[in-house]
Write a protein that binds this ligand. Structure first.
Ligand SMILES: NC(=O)c1ccc[n+]([C@@H]2O[C@H](COP(=O)([O-])OP(=O)(O)OC[C@H]3O[C@@H](n4cnc5c(N)ncnc54)[C@H](OP(=O)(O)O)[C@@H]3O)[C@@H](O)[C@H]2O)c1
Length: 278
């Protein structure tokens, strides 16, 4: 598996499997299928309520723990140094492991500085191999980077052909932080799977819309974690690293960028209130 080197030297797979909106009852089966397909990086979160399913699938796979790259995220209700530290231990218990490979702050709300300090401590104690953030837009990202001891290794953001995070990327480079995409296929929104540009490029390479979109991101060194509950689609989404898009096609795909979220606005107070209540 192709990897991306994080700023602390850790190699992270560029392609993994995400389990947002995977029913906790179905999660073990889904992750077992994903492992069977070949995925070794799994992205979960405290707020997905399915860390146990991920842990069970990994345990039962019989594959060595060190062959996996496990990602989880601390939720807003666990923000603050003490609560976050406790929640990290709870996540480890649910995941049935004594370390995670990457731990992220899920949202930039609540006492996230306290959360970050707990994560730095967990990192130093060996409970976590890398730390980072998620949904930290350029303003909060730059703020955090200026006041923490260990610079975030990853920022997981909504990133797909319609939102390519061009502004944020400049600041990620400044602090040597890698971009990890959430919703790399725009969760199917915006008529994604019928997009004419993606379809016509797909026809040239004999690849599907999903494969072109995922290849586009990975070719720009963006880490992706496509989600599917269907094994055939898991295979399709995994089979993307054995071909290359031409620079002309990459340029065409870059032009699909609308420069804004297709889901939510993190600067909208109503959204902030709703996510804090989640
Ligand atoms: N940090 C954050 O705030 C955040 C937010 C959102 C997501 N994430 C992470 O990012 C991961 C991926 O994002 P996402 O789940 O929102 O969206 P996504 O991976 O862009 O898209 C998933 C959707 O596309 C469908 N799909 C998957 N592969 C397909 C294919 N080859 N052909 C047709 N349809 C396909 C899936 O349906 P089926 O399942 O029915 O196949 C599902 O409806 C999540 O699972 C999660 O780990 C993080």
């Amino acid at each position: 598996m192709q990897t991306v080197k994080l700023n602390n030297g850790v190699d992270m797979p560029i392609l993994g499997y995400g389990v947002f909106l995977v029913d906790p009852k179905e999660c073990e089966r889904c992750v077992t299928d994903a492992i069977d397909v070949g995925y070794r990086m799994i992205d979960t979160a405290q707020a997905y309520y399915n860390e146990e399913g991920v842990g069970n699938a990994i345990k039962k796979s019989g594959i060595k723990r060190e062959d996996f790259f496990l990602v989880t995220k601390v939720w807003i209700t666990n923000s603050g140094e003490e609560k976050a530290a406790k929640s990290i231990d709870e996540s480890l218990k649910k995941l049935q492991t004594d370390y995670v490979d990457l731990l992220l702050i899920h949202q930039p709300f609540g006492d996230y500085y306290g959360t970050y300090r707990a994560m730095e401590k967990a990192y130093k104690e060996g409970k976590v191999r890398a730390i980072g953030v998620s949904n930290f837009f350029p303003d909060r990202f730059v703020d955090l980077c200026n006041f923490v001891e260990i610079k975030p290794m990853v920022n997981q953001m909504e990133t797909h052909v319609f939102q390519q995070q061009k502004v944020l990327r400049k600041y990620l480079d400044k602090f040597d932080t890698r971009l990890m995409s959430w919703s790399p296929m725009a969760r199917g929104e915006n008529n994604f799977f019928n997009n004419e540009v993606l379809k016509s490029i797909g026809n040239k390479y004999n690849r599907t819309v999903a494969q072109i979109a995922l290849r586009f991101l990975t070719q720009e060194n963006v880490i992706v974690i496509p989600k599917s509950t269907h094994k055939e689609r898991m295979k399709e989404n995994f089979d993307i690293l054995d071909f290359e898009l031409s620079s002309e096609d990459m340029e065409t795909l870059r032009k699909l960028d609308k420069g804004e979220s297709i889901f939510v606005n993190h600067y909208d107070p109503e959204f902030v209130q709703s996510i804090i209540n989640y």
